[in-house]
Write a protein that binds this ligand. Structure first.
Ligand code: HEM
Ligand code: HEM
Length: 453
């Protein structure tokens, strides 16, 4: 079992897992997109019904692609920033193995129609338990390493990483109502509020802090410009916790939930601008004339693009939490556009960039092909921007048609051209990730060895 103890192997294995699962995830997304244009194309094979593959797609992008990749980065950053060996490489690798088992189990169970039917919390109870065990192990390893640290100063990335692990261990358990294995749910409207407390926080307290932590380290490294203010970064950290935990109800503005909850969620959605802007000020302001230095390194390009998408997503977010705006934008593809810009544009670009930045360090080999990494960048860039434009446009068509009382059978045909373009753009994204997977494997097998790691 020596291979489980090899330094940096857990981070490397999380990167490989992510590079693999994102291909499966996006292939499912593409299949779903094709079905939205040609519903009967797969002759209604049960395992490929839209209602089954949609949850597979979103669970795989969340737990197969984004989280493992960002965990890989966290597992490399924590020892680096604490100047301390990771508390237990073996435990981290065991968590990685459990992680891959539950991800595969998620695909099989959801394909077989076994779901708890709550968005982002579909996984059935035994899988929930595996997720929690894996998270608890990782939290233990990360916290122990930070407690043993030799470096006194806690760089801001460490705050965000520790926060993400501790918060998510609690959040996942609560959000999936694990004390009720049968349904994994509470009852009625209370469950809707509970679910969306979990639903938005899984982005806000897991993906966002891990992505922000990676960017806080990589941007100053690539550009040579230190962050603007450490104090500001900590204000941003605590504000994120204060604001994000109250905004879940902005998903339920059109639902019969208490008015005061809606008001809090809207006020705090607007308040989210504070933590977002502290982060962007911190990493963008010091750049000034060093702006072009991003492009010297492939990882810099990805991470900078991720921060830019974060800016757009977080301007759009507060606006679409307003009831007057949601009358048009809710219940249609406007939200799907926001979701892809957020998860692929923001978290995804930072996750991939960080992976390209740290893979040579954890594997001791240079990236096999920078040209391929660059080609992947452009495929994803065209894909995500195209998605955003076409889905926002079709969302506005749907939203205004329904607002004006148009019947569904007249609106549906109008959507076909948009959905066809979305499926074609999806091909670019899938191709980008397959190229990425090939590049990762070739790096590990054939990448030029780096002498001093
Ligand atoms: C890594 C990249 C991707 C990420 C992070 C991602 C993320 C997501 C998320 C979060 C949702 C749920 C949206 C919501 O309910 O508001 C979703 C839905 C969806 N995604 Fe993706 N996606 C990715 C790539 C793709 C690709 C390449 C395609 C292929 C065209 C695709 C097609 C779809 C479809 C068809 C839906 C269902 C939309 C609906 O219910 O109307 N996605 N995706
Ligand atoms: C200032 C920050 C943000 C605000 C105020 C905000 C606001 C919103 C609102 C109001 C919705 C629901 C829209 C509707 O159903 O009509 C939404 C959906 C969503 N947001 Fe954000 N957002 C923000 C940032 C983010 C970030 C950073 C991420 C990802 C890391 C994200 C991921 C998502 C996803 C995936 C959905 C779709 C959920 C679903 O399946 O219905 N958002 N957001």
């Amino acid at each position: 079992m020596k291979f489980l103890d090899k330094p940096n192997s857990a981070a490397k294995n999380f990167y490989i897992s992510s590079a693999f699962w994102v291909c499966v995830a996006t292939l499912y997304g593409l299949t779903a997109a094709v079905e939205l244009v040609a519903p009967d194309i797969f002759a209604n094979i049960p395992e490929l019904l839209f209602g089954r593959i949609r949850p597979i797609h979103i669970n795989l992008v969340l737990f197969g692609f984004l989280t493992p990749s960002l965990i890989g980065t966290a597992l490399y950053l924590v020892p680096l920033l604490t100047q301390t060996k990771l508390y237990s490489e073996r435990l981290a690798n065991i968590a990685m193995i459990i992680w891959n088992i539950f991800t595969a189990a998620a695909v099989f169970t959801l394909s077989g129609g076994k779901t708890q039917g709550r968005e982002y919390a579909e996984l059935i109870w035994p899988i929930d338990i595996l997720v929690i065990i894996s998270f608890l192990i990782l939290t233990f390893v990360v916290v122990k390493t930070i407690l043993n640290r030799k470096e006194n100063l806690m760089f801001v990335s460490l705050w965000y990483i520790a926060g993400a692990f501790i918060w998510t261990s609690v959040l996942y358990t609560l959000g999936n109502v694990v004390w009720n294995p049968e349904t994994g749910a509470l009852k009625g409207t209370t469950d809707a509020i509970w679910l969306w407390f979990y639903g938005h926080n899984i982005f806000g307290l897991l993906l966002t802090p891990l992505a922000v932590a990676a960017a806080y380290y990589i941007i100053p490294r690539v550009t040579g410009a230190p962050i603007y203010s450490h104090t500001l970064s900590l204000i941003g950290f605590w504000m994120l916790l204060v604001m994000y935990t109250h905004i879940g109800t902005h998903h339920l503005i059109q639902a019969p939930v208490p008015q005061w909850l809606k008001v809090i969620s809207i006020v705090d959605s607007i308040g989210m601008l504070v933590p977002v802007m502290t982060f962007l000020t911190n990493v963008w302001l010091p750049l000034k004339e060093r702006f072009s230095t991003f492009y010297k390194e492939i990882a810099g390009k990805y991470v900078f693009a991720g921060t830019f998408f974060y800016f757009i997503v977080c301007i759009q977010g507060p606006l679409q939490s307003l009831p007057s705006v949601q009358r048009i934008t809710h219940f249609n593809n406007w939200v799907v556009a926001h979701a892809h810009l957020a998860l692929l544009g923001f978290a995804g670009f930072i996750a991939v960039g960080a992976m390209y930045y740290f893979l040579p360090k954890v594997s001791g080999r240079e990236i096999y092909s920078k040209t391929l990494a660059n080609f992947q960048y452009w495929l994803l860039m065209i894909g995500v921007n195209g998605f955003f434009l076409v889905l926002t446009a079709v969302g506005l068509v749907q939203g205004s048609s329904w607002l004006h009382g148009e019947t569904i059978y007249r609106v549906l045909p109008e959507m076909v051209p948009y959905f066809t373009i979305r499926a074609l753009l999806g091909v670019l994204i899938v191709a980008g990730f397959i190229i990425g997977f090939y590049n990762v494997i070739m790096t590990l097998v054939k990448g030029k060895e780096i002498r001093s790691v």
